[in-house]
Design a protein around this ligand. Sequence first.
Ligand SMILES: [Zn+2]
Length: 442
Amino acid sequence: MSSHSASAQPSAVDEVVELCRDLLRIDTSNTGDNATTVGERVAAEYVAEKLAEVGVEAQLRESAPGRTSLVARIPGTDPTRGALLVHGHLDVVPADAAEWSVHPFSGEVADGYLWGRGAIDMKDFDAMALAVVRDWQRTGVRPPRDIVLAFTADEEAGGEYGAHFLVDRHPELLEGCTEAIGEVGGFSYTVNDDLRLYLIETAEKGLEWLRLHARGRPGHGSMVHDDNAVTALAEAVARVGRHRFPVVVTPTVRAFLEQVSEALGIELDPEDPELAIAKLGPIANLIGATIRNTANPTRLAAGYKDNVIPGRASATIDCRSLPGQSDIFLEQLREVVGPDIEIEYVHRQPAVETSFDGDLVDAMAAALRAEDPGARAVPYMLSGGTDAKAFQKLGIRCFGFAPLRLPADLNFSALFHGIDERVPVEGLQFGVRVLDRFLRQS
Ligand SMILES: [Zn+2]
């Protein structure tokens, strides 16, 4: 049913929960395998339809059957300015219904939360962006500059079939974009009733998936044997797994720690940031990995028979390097694994880092303060990766800004890819109001 009276039309705040719930009910589980990944096309078509309803035409692009991403452009009043990219992924990590309190794809609203896989990662923001644009289209609002909406496939498996595909194969759809907002930032961390820090992502660690190879002399398992590839590999892997790389405080982390120490009244020694981070409670996990390069062994492969010593053995190490540290890190890692182990890059994406200043940052801080007088925007570095890694290849300045006001006691970082993922309904509505203000001023 439709109404011609403007007052009866739903506002973005009215609509966002329904849009998010609809998206949560579309299972877009990304298994990392094209054969078993589902739903991205259905979700992209849903978004396209919601945009078409308000007169926005979207471009759908498929990197492989079903691996659909969507781009749409909302023209701004000043075409001479660079466009702002607003991006969100449509895929989610899989969820095991048996582990959840509600079905992960039911989109239930209970206890003030909207529950479902993707509720905070990141169909919440997809719904917010959609709600704001639909509201503007219905009420005749035009943004100051072009806004390019991108809803991507495959973020959860590295974005090769989503954001990287768009950037590499269809850059014309992103023409003129100079700055971008997406996940993971803009959420609140409560210091006290009058002060909430909103963490704006201005940096992301780089990603290096490495394979270690050990070679030895093949032989019979019953013999005395001192050149065993499995033994050599196991020793190297154990050394890597136990190693702590040195603390390096980058500009983003330094700015974050300064703001936090001021807000919390903690004395901060920049040479020993771990002490300050330990006091951050629920976000300590999120921040703890951003003061050093990390290397975690994740896979092992060797051998084909119980009594045969194989000639080679290999292991995968998931490494995350700080901005500017990629080469130094490799040297450090070489020292840890030793000269006899070969290191191969399986996958490599450079770190992202921008400064926390300029009109766009001011607009984020102002929009947050307008909706939450106790808001203070602070920059931070994400230890994981997002589609920003793809979009920065086009020279786009990327921020994580998906605004969300969270209850003080919610363990937000544990909800990412976690059981009972859920978003507070009030937080979602707060996010829409902030995003609307921000985009009008961007
Ligand atoms: Zn995500």
